[in-house]
Write a protein that binds this ligand. Structure first.
Ligand SMILES: [Zn+2]
Length: 361
C-alpha cells in the first residue's frame, strides 16, 4: 500500500530563491494551460459543429515547449518536470470537474498555496538528506524513511517549506483479536471501551487564546499594509503550530489503536457530545474527526487490523451498555449515564464506547 510522507525542510537562501522560481514556473504553466483549455471549452460550446479535441497533458506540454518556453526564458532555470507535472495536475483537475467530483479549476495566485512537483532522480541520502532534480541536496529536520521514490512535491505553508512524497510499504499480517470501541469527545480526546481515557493535548488551548487575541488586535489594521502583513505571518505561524499539536496527538492515538487492537470500532460522525453551541468549535472538531478517520483507515490497513465504522444514527450514547434499554432523551450536560431500567450508572463516554464495542463482539 502507498503511504504519504511530509516533512519540513531546512533551507538556505539560495534554495529559497530556487523554490520561489520553481513555484513561479508551476503557477505560470498551470495558469497558461487553464486559460487555453477554458478558451477551447468556450469555443466548443459556441461552435458545436467544429469542436476542437480537448488536449491531453502531453498535448499541453508539447505546446508549452513550442510556444511558451522560448518567450519566457526563466523556464530554463527550472526543472523541466515542474511545468509538465503542473499540466498533469491541471488535466486531473479538469477530469474531476467533468465527472462532477469537483468544481472548475481556478487560476493560481502568487503567494497562495505555492507548490511544485519534481520528477526524476529523487534520492534519499542518509537520514536527513534528500537529493532532488535541478535544486540539489535538501536537508530535513526529521529522519527520512529509507525508501525509493520517483517524484516529490515541495510546498510552502506560511514561511516554511515542506517536502512530500509517496512510497510503497508491505502490509503487516496480524493475529490480534481484541476489539476496542472508541468514542471521541469534547472534554477528553477520546474514551475507549476498555475504560482508558485519553485526554489529548491541552497545550493548544493556550495557543488558541493567543490566536484569538492576535486576530482581535489585528482588526483595525489596513489590509495589505506592512503591519498587517507582519501580523498575518504571525497568525499563520500560530495556526500551523496549533494544527501540528492536534495532528501529532491524533497520530499517537491512531497508531496506538491500530497497533494494539484487532478490530477498532468508531462512529461515523462524532455527534455524541460534538454538537456544541460554538459553530467554530464544531467545524474544528469535525475536521479533526476526518483526520482521525483518515489516519485510522490507513494505519489499520498497515498494521493488519480491521476498522468498523458504525452508522451515525446508532444510539451509542442513549443505550444502556448493561441491559440494552434505550433512553428517550439524553442532554449534553448529563456526563453520567444512569439507566432507568436496571439502575446501572456509568460515565457517559465510556458507555458509548462500550456500546460501539458491542456492535462487533
Ligand atoms: Zn440498563
Amino acid at each position: 500500500m502507498l503511504l504519504g510522507f511530509k516533512t519540513e525542510l531546512k533551507l538556505n537562501n539560495q534554495q529559497r530563491v530556487k523554490f520561489a522560481k520553481h513555484s513561479g514556473v508551476a503557477r505560470h504553466a498551470w495558469n497558461w494551460g487553464l486559460a487555453l483549455t477554458k478558451q477551447i471549452l468556450e469555443h466548443n460550446n459556441a461552435l458545436p459543429d467544429s469542436k476542437i479535441k480537448f488536449p491531453t497533458a502531453i498535448d499541453l506540454h508539447k505546446w508549452l515547449v513550442a510556444l511558451v518556453k522560448p518567450e519566457n526564458e526563466w523556464y530554463y532555470e527550472c526543472s523541466k518536470s515542474t511545468p509538465q507535472q503542473a499540466l498533469m495536475a491541471l488535466r486531473d483537475a479538469w477530469k474531476d470537474c467533468f465527472s462532477k467530483k469537483k468544481g472548475v479549476p481556478r487560476f493560481k495566485k502568487k503567494g497562495r498555496k505555492d507548490s511544485f512537483t519534481l520528477e526524476g532522480t529523487v534520492k534519499i541520502l542518509g537520514n536527513n538528506k534528500i537529493q532532488v532534480p535541478c535544486i540539489g541536496v535538501l536537508k530535513t529536520y526529521e529522519r527520512l524513511p529509507q525508501v525509493l521514490i520517483k517524484c516529490c512535491t515541495i510546498s510552502r505553508q506560511a514561511d516554511k517549506w515542506f517536502i512530500s512524497f509517496r512510497f510503497d510499504v508491505e502490509q503487516q499480517q496480524s493475529d490480534k483479536t481484541s476489539v476496542v470501541g472508541v468514542d471521541l469527545g469534547v472534554k477528553n480526546l477520546c474514551t475507549l471501551s476498555t475504560g482508558e481515557v485519553i485526554a489529548g493535548a491541552k497545550s493548544y488551548k493556550k495557543y488558541e487564546a493567543k490566536l484569538s487575541r492576535m486576530q482581535w488586535l489585528n482588526r483595525h489594521k489596513i489590509i495589505g499594509s506592512a503591519n498587517w502583513k507582519k501580523a498575518q505571518i504571525l497568525i499563520a505561524r500560530l495556526h500551523r503550530k496549533i494544527a501540528n499539536i492536534r495532528k501529532d496527538t491524533l497520530h499517537k492515538l491512531t497508531t496506538l489503536l491500530a497497533k494494539n487492537h484487532g478490530i477498532v470500532v468508531i462512529e461515523d460522525l462524532n455527534v455524541s457530545g460534538m454538537i456544541a453551541n460554538h459553530k467554530l468549535a464544531k467545524t474544528i472538531a469535525d475536521m479533526s474527526f476526518f483526520e482521525f478517520r483518515r489516519q485510522l483507515t490507513y494505519k489499520c490497513q498497515l498494521y493488519g487490523s480491521k476498522l468498523v465504522v458504525v452508522d451515525r444514527w446508532f444510539p451509542s450514547s442513549k443505550t444502556c451498555s448493561n441491559c440494552g434499554t434505550k433512553k428517550e432523551t439524553l442532554t449534553l450536560n448529563e456526563r453520567v449515564f444512569e439507566c432507568g431500567h436496571c439502575g446501572f450508572t456509568i460515565d457517559r463516554d465510556l458507555n458509548a464506547a462500550i456500546n460501539l464495542n458491542k456492535t462487533v463482539s
